[in-house]
Design a protein around this ligand. Structure first.
Ligand SMILES: [Zn+2]
Ligand SMILES: [Zn+2]
Length: 191
């Protein structure tokens, strides 16, 4: 998605961007080892304005993915969406950027701050695809779970415990929390 600073107005104007499945594949599918499939390609909808000399971009995006639940191994659909607000200030000598930031300014016309809500621009033609890619990356969950209530597979017989139950005895959990819990139970039990 490109914007041209000299075409912006002080009143917000709508822009939309639907880069398609190929765009997605180039950026995400290889990283995920094919585990994440795209069902609906991302659509970005935003409004952009020039406020003084600050480029103000705000909006959101939507996409639908399909992936595998880390607990029960079922494939499920994952709607992905997020909103954003990015303010870009003109780059000037007083801004202290690292070489990577300067390179980004030269290459795509923008350099993002750490929080993805601010940054700098230089020149007239600003390429925002890198920003949009970062947005999607941040919206992806760290763990893919089909539902908060998913009970996962039984570690003994492999049955999907959200769908059916079994008589297997669960091995004692050995996490530090479980140990603490056991200690606490012992204490309250003895007092
Ligand atoms: Zn699941
Ligand atoms: Zn079982």
């Amino acid at each position: 998605m490109k914007i041209w600073v000299d075409r912006l107005k002080s009143e917000p104007e709508p822009i939309s961007y639907a880069p398609g499945a190929e765009w997605w594949r180039e950026r995400f599918e290889e990283d995920s080892g094919g585990e994440i499939c795209l069902v609906e390609p991302p659509v970005f909808q935003a409004s952009v304005a020039l406020k003084g000399d600050e480029v103000d971009l705000r909006g959101g995006f939507e996409a639908t993915l399909e992936t595998e639940c880390g607990r029960c191994l079922r494939r499920y659909r994952l709607p992905l969406q997020d909103s954003f607000h990015l303010g870009l200030d003109p780059y000037g000598e007083s801004v202290d950027l690292d070489p990577e930031g300067l390179q980004s300014l030269a290459k795509v016309g923008i350099c993002l701050g750490e929080e993805l809500d601010s940054g700098w621009y230089k020149g007239n033609e600003l390429e925002l695809d890198g920003f949009l890619t970062e947005l999607i990356s941040l919206a992806l969950p760290l763990q893919f779970i089909c539902s908060e209530d998913c009970l996962g597979l039984c570690s003994q017989c492999g049955i999907d415990r959200s769908q059916a139950s079994c008589e297997c005895k669960m091995p004692k959990p050995k996490s530090p929390f479980a140990v603490l819990e056991a200690l606490r139970e012992k204490e309250t039990g003895s007092s």
